[in-house]
Each structure stands twice: as C-alpha cells, then as structure tokens.
Design a protein around this ligand. Structure first.
Ligand code: C2E
Ligand code: MG
Ligand code: MG
Length: 317
C-alpha cells in the first residue's frame, strides 16, 4: 500500500491508483488454498466497502454477509429469468387543478418465498452487479406500455415518471435505449420523465451531460429526485437540462410542526429556474394545504394514494 502511494507515470501523465487489501491467515481463516482465496476476497470486498484504499483482516461474520449478498445476486438473476418483477404506480397530483396528471413507476420484486420485496432492499446489489441495466430496460418498457394503454383507454395524456439509476445512464447505449423504447411503444417523448437521484447525478455530471441534452432535445423530461437531501452544490442546477425538482420527503415531514422555511426556499428556487416543483411523501391534509398555499406545483404521497398495481389505477380513475 506504501508503494501505491506514489503515482504511476504513463506517457508523462501521473496516475494515482489506490489499493484495497483483504488478508486472511492459514489455518485460522481457511483450510485450503481455494478457501484462502475466497476469505481474502471477502475481506477485500469489505475494504472496498469501507471506502477503499485500506486493508482489512478477514473475520468469520464477514462470510454471512457475503453469502447473503451472493444469494441476493443469484435471486436477482433468477428473478430476471422468471419475470418476478412488477411495477406499482403512484399518482402525481397537480395542485392548481386538483387532478392526477402523471404517475411514478415503482419497482417491486415478487419473491416466491418472501413475498413482495421493496426496491431499497435490492437496488444497490442490482447496481453493484450491473443487473440494474437489464432490470431498468424492463422497467422503462413496461412503464411506457402502461401509460400508452392507459392514455388510449381514457383518451388522456397522463405522463409517466421512471426512476433511472446512474449505472443505466452511464451505459453507452442509454440514449438509444430510451429512443427505441419510445418508438416501440409509441409514447410521446414529452410524456416521459426520467427521475435521477440528486447526489448520484451531480457526481457523474461531466460524463453524462451530453446524453441528458440529447434526450432533452427530443422532448424527454428529467427530474431531480430526493432534492435537498444530498450534499451538493446548487451551481449544477444551471447546467443540467432538468424540468422538475422533487423535494425530498424529509422536508415535507417538517410540516406543520417543525421549521419548514426550507420548503418555501426550494419552491422559490425551482420557480425562478422555471422548474416544476413536486413534493414527495405528502401524508397529511395540512401538508397538502401548506404546499398549495406556497404554490408548490404537484404532490405525491400516501395522502393522495399509495403506489398501487396497474388494476387499482384503473379502478381509481
Ligand atoms: P423514490 O423514487 O424517491 O420514490 C419514492 C418512495 O417513497 C417510494 O418508495 C414510495 O413508495 C415512497 N412513498 C411515496 N409516498 C410516500 C408517503 O407518503 N410516505 C412514505 N413513507 N413513503 C412514500 P419505494 O417504492 O420503496 O422506492 C424507494 C426508492 O427505490 C425510490 O425512491 C427509488 O429511488 C428506488 N426505485 C424504485 N423503483 C425503481 C426503479 O424502477 N429503478 C430504480 N433505479 N430505482 C427505483
Ligand atoms: Mg423517484
Ligand atoms: Mg424521492
């Protein structure tokens, strides 16, 4: 690790490379060469997880975590093969007209033994393994088909919001995947909004900005999800071609009892930049009234409706 502190020189450029080390000791941590490789690998995985550039000694309990992760990964592969994913949809309500204008698609995994698994339990493993790319394509296609059918059935122009992982955005074929999905499903680009979490978007803005612009040019909208929650600078708001800010639930939770001046400021910033402002996680009537009074454009939350399966959306409408 000492050696790696020095930069490598390649064609007069200096590169800093960090090293993550996993250590295990024979015979305490393993009884064969194969097992030693595995145990040190498990320890190395931990070293990477705690922020890289460090070394970690193997401990037995690391194995359980590792096994759990492997099981999750295998489970996800099976789930893709067996079509175990479904989408729930949550209405987004326009406060000026008091009516549903769009829906957010939210992923669920229907596990054969454990029932419905929420996304926060598996998205990170899907991202680490790259499986999110395949899952994300399915989500995009299914959500677009859903809204095209709904609009046809009711003669409306409801929009659809789809959560996109930055891993998907990083793929070289991201733009063509979205364009192809729009073409194949016949959805108007302006009815599709891609939601990207604030912190992740800001970290990768240099690499992804061109793709965002390409899609924005054909009419696809972008929203910054969980706005205000990450540690990010406001300067990127000027360069990103976003249409919508989604105020994180933690700010909405402060209404009515705690200091909620932040919300007013976020709505103000959003409107100054011509953005649609959506409040997430609205659970109470007082919150909705407060947001309407302060000219928030849209709300989403259990107060209006929980995310529900497709059939329930039809009943609701
Ligand atoms: P998100 O995009 O910020 O979605 C909002 C989350 O808040 C959803 O959780 C929703 O069910 C929940 N929610 C909505 N209204 C309320 C409310 O009034 N109260 C409370 N307590 N919760 C509310 P969910 O469905 O578990 O999704 C969690 C996160 O997982 C999402 O956060 C999103 O970041 C991610 N996710 C969901 N579906 C996908 C997907 O298809 N692809 C990717 N990459 N990420 C997804
Ligand atoms: Mg979202
Ligand atoms: Mg959110």
């Amino acid at each position: 690790m000492k050696v790696f502190e020095e930069p490598f020189s390649v064609m007069r450029n200096h590169f800093h490379v960090s090293a993550s080390c996993g250590i295990c000791i024979y015979p305490d941590h393993a009884s064969s060469i194969e097992e030693m490789m595995k145990s040190s690998d498990v320890a190395m995985y931990h070293a990477k997880k705690v922020g890289k550039n460090t070394h970690i000694m193997f401990r037995q309990e690391m194995n359980d975590e590792f096994t759990e992760r492997i099981e999750m990964e295998n489970g996800l592969r099976r789930a893709i093969e067996n079509d175990e994913f479904i989408l729930y949809y949550q209405p987004q309500v326009d406060l000026a007209t008091d009516s549903i204008v769009s829906f957010e698609a939210l992923l669920r995994w229907v596990h054969h033994e454990n029932g419905i698994i929420p996304p926060l339990k598996f998205i990170s493993v899907a991202e680490e393994t790259g499986l999110i790319v395949q899952i994300g394509k399915w989500v995009l296609k299914t959500a677009c088909e859903f809204i095209v059918n709904l609009n046809r059935r009711y003669g409306k122009e409801y929009g659809i919001s789809v959560n996109i992982s930055v891993i998907q955005l990083m793929q070289a074929d991201f733009v063509s995947t979205v364009v192809d999905t729009l073409t194949n499903t016949g959805l108007a680009p302006s009815l599709l909004e891609l939601e990207i979490t604030e912190s992740k978007l800001v970290e990768t803005v240099d690499i992804n900005l061109k793709k965002l612009h390409e899609l924005r040019e054909i009419g696809v909208r972008f929203s910054i999800d969980d706005f205000g929650k990450g540690f990010s600078s406001l300067s990127y708001l000027k360069q990103l071609p976003v249409s919508t800010l989604k105020i994180d639930k933690c700010f909405v939770d402060d209404i009515p009892d705690n200091d909620h001046s932040m919300i007013e400021s976020i709505i103000h910033i959003g409107h100054k930049r011509n953005l649609v402002v959506v409040a997430e996680g609205v659970e109470k009537k007082e919150q909705l009234e407060y947001l309407a009074k302060h000219k928030c454009d849209m709300v989403q939350g259990y107060y209006c409706s929980k995310p529900v399966p497709e059939e329930e959306i039809k009943e609701m409408l």
